[in-house]
Design a binder for this molecule. Sequence first.
Ligand code: ZN
Length: 149
Amino acid sequence: MDNLRELYQEVILDHNKNKRNYRKIENPDSFAHGVNPLCGDQIDVYLNLRDGVVEDVSFDGQGCAICTSSASMMTVALKGKTEADAHALFESFHHALTDDEVHPEDVPLGKLKVLTGVKEFPVRVKCATLAWHTFDAALKKVQDDISTE
Ligand code: ZN
């Protein structure tokens, strides 16, 4: 567990400092705005789809280190995935972080697994899931803003 904690901090710091895909996509196929009032995180997720595949995904906005690094890792994980696989990954990630019965090792999350370290800090779980909820809303072309509350 100590290794996971160390890795968790390392990865969060790295992605917070060197955000991947932190930019706006002009004229995206879809985008959504997400807020986490508990922490003050606010992000936009932009999405371009081509033949049912996530061709490009990016984010901008202001969030805490956990929100930002989760969003950054998310964009890396989702690029090139089919819509169905992208949605399935969102479900797995959400499930791993919010269901106490689930052991993170049992969920196929790849590199994202390190983010399950946030379960040790329950008030920050919404910071880690915000980008994903926002992405899923963009995927479903939900027009309303997304709030974790
Ligand atoms: Zn936050």
